[in-house]
Design a protein around this ligand. Structure first.
Ligand SMILES: Nc1ncnc2c1ncn2[C@@H]1O[C@H](COP(=O)(O)OP(=O)(O)O)[C@@H](O)[C@H]1O
Ligand SMILES: [Mg+2]
Length: 238
């Protein structure tokens, strides 16, 4: 579905991503892990075309999309769910959700999409006419995910959805991701929380970034087998 080949991305003279390669197959959840500042968000932005790589290739469904504008990638079915959430505070929940279908080219049954999203997020349905700013942090995160889902994306790239949220809400978001996976969604997930991410699926694969380079990758089992190395890369005790 997605193949990233040796991308190098810069901010000015700073060489951030160094020969990053990764793959996401149809129906898979792939997790991108790593400490703060190693380039996880930059990886998602590079794929989306927000911070295009200087060299390297990005293939999506077999077609090269390197250098595409973000809106072109949205039309092709990619969605990014940014870590800073970016819901519009003075629009209602429903209006925020409608922003999710702005750049969509293919014909969508909008009513059906909204129904589907409200099934996933009953809490949002209760708050359709409430302003974005009145939502809790967890609800805002749900709204960001829901806004991407209404456009029926083929690949969702979700950046740290559990960051800063209380444990109960983290569990709720985890449940939503598990449900998405069961329903066949393809997800590239950036997550700081190793335990949460490895609990999402039995056949999950992960990549660990360190200073802009992929240092480790494998299934949850394979990573388990080299726990010392994982702990060193992530700077945590597991
Ligand atoms: N817009 C930007 N301009 C310059 N440097 C940036 C910008 N965004 C991120 N960086 C730097 O690039 C590196 C990688 O950032 P980022 O991809 O956001 O890391 P992560 O998501 O893993 O925490 C960091 O050193 C960060 O300071
Ligand atoms: Mg980040």
């Amino acid at each position: 579905m997605l193949k990233v080949e040796n991308i190098n991305t810069y901010y000015g003279d700073s060489h951030i991503l160094q020969d990053v390669s990764l793959e996401v197959h149809l129906g898979e959840i792939v997790v991108l892990l790593g400490r703060n500042g190693v380039g996880k968000t930059t990886t998602l932005k590079s794929i989306m075309g927000i911070e295009p790589p200087k060299t390297g290739k990005i293939l999506y469904k077999g077609e090269e999309i390197t250098g595409n504008q973000p809106y072109q990638n949205v039309q092709k079915g990619l969605a990014i769910i940014p870590e800073d959430r970016r819901i519009i505070p003075n629009l209602t929940v429903e209006e925020n959700l409608k922003l999710g279908i702005l750049h969509k080219k293919k014909k969508l049954n909008v009513a059906e999409r909204f129904d589907m999203v409200y099934q996933y997020f009953p809490k949002l349905k209760l708050r359709v006419n409430q302003m974005g700013e009145s939502l809790s942090g967890g609800e805002q995160q749900m709204l960001t995910i829901a806004r991407a889902m209404v456009s029926k994306p083929d690949l969702m790239m979700i950046d740290e959805p559990t960051e800063g949220l209380a444990p109960l809400i983290v569990e709720e978001i985890g449940e939503i991701l598990r449900r998405l996976q069961r329903d066949g969604a393809t997800i590239l997930l950036v997550e700081q929380n190793y335990q949460v991410s490895l609990s999402l699926s039995d056949n999950l694969r992960a990549y660990i970034l360190e200073k802009g380079q992929i240092k480790l990758s494998g299934t949850s089992e394979e990573l388990h087998a080299c726990q010392d190395e994982v702990e060193r890369c992530l700077g945590v005790k597991l």
